[in-house]
Design a protein around this ligand. Sequence first.
Ligand SMILES: NC(=O)c1ccc[n+]([C@@H]2O[C@H](COP(=O)([O-])OP(=O)(O)OC[C@H]3O[C@@H](n4cnc5c(N)ncnc54)[C@H](OP(=O)(O)O)[C@@H]3O)[C@@H](O)[C@H]2O)c1
Length: 315
Amino acid sequence: MQTVPLGNTGVRVSALCLGTMYFGTRQDEATSFRLLDHYVDAGGTFLDTANIYAHWVPGGRGGESEALLGRWLKARGHRDRLFIATKVGFEYGDVPRSLAPHLIEAECDKSLRRLGVDVIDLYYAHVDDRVTPLRDSLEALARLVEKGKVRFIGASNYRAYRLERAHALSKANGWPEFCCVQQRYTYLRPRAGQTFDPQLAANDDLLDYVRARKDEFTLLAYSVLLGGAYTRPDRPVPEQYAGPDSDARLAALRAVAAEIDATPNQVVLAWLRQSDPPVLPLIAASTPEQMAENLGALQITLSAEQMRRLDEAGV
Ligand SMILES: NC(=O)c1ccc[n+]([C@@H]2O[C@H](COP(=O)([O-])OP(=O)(O)OC[C@H]3O[C@@H](n4cnc5c(N)ncnc54)[C@H](OP(=O)(O)O)[C@@H]3O)[C@@H](O)[C@H]2O)c1
């Protein structure tokens, strides 16, 4: 699988990261193992999970996705070939939403245990915390790196100015810096004023910020396929995305897809990868067909003219 640099880490990661949010809850063990094998057989190495996945599914408590990954890693024995990202900061069970230092440290130990690994490759602050001083959270994350429990750190659901503040604080203190931000982002644009609280969608400020730092800081995108809404009649486009430009953008997407014999989902993934700043999409799948379609996006290169048409649709 193609690889791309991850921020300032010096490490290259798979051009499509596999989200495993529902592995071990909505997807049973056998299906999850098959999907993980499918991704790895295609050369994929970059896996995304979080301590809280997926506590909101009936019967879930949080930790199921990490624990399933742990069992799969043990069964397959190829931990060293993989780049594993997990996250801390959102609430689940009796753990509050917070990036307080003691909580970061305790949750990191739990994640290491559930994953059955010695080190987490990428540890995200899953959501900004405006109560805990940013300096304290960054120092706690730096300590994890120093102790060898975490290799690199990232941010998710952060605003651009907070990322810049974190950048300045880490630099001034000689701490490791966030190498990336993971935000909600797709081809359709949210209508003005729409929110996804507690999630944050990438806005113009964030894109501008990442563009200015694109040699050292990566934008990853989640919920890129809007749960299948680009192609599935049973999945209406979420109402936050149903804006004055959405019909024009869907039409452009379908036209480009038809021209190159690809699916609209594949064009969304290719558009993200070829955008400026380039975006590293997270893919998720619950069937082998979805996985194959999503991985197939790596075979596509959109022409400059197709990118322009997609960019300008609905403007
Ligand atoms: N940082 C954050 O705050 C945050 C938030 C959300 C997600 N994430 C990460 O991002 C990953 C992806 O998030 P997401 O699930 O919201 O992504 P998504 O791409 O919007 O939705 C994935 C779902 O879409 C459907 N799907 C996938 N491929 C398809 C295809 N080719 N054709 C038709 N339907 C398809 C499947 O639904 P069915 O299973 O129902 O068929 C799949 O489970 C997660 O696993 C997680 O790792 C991070």
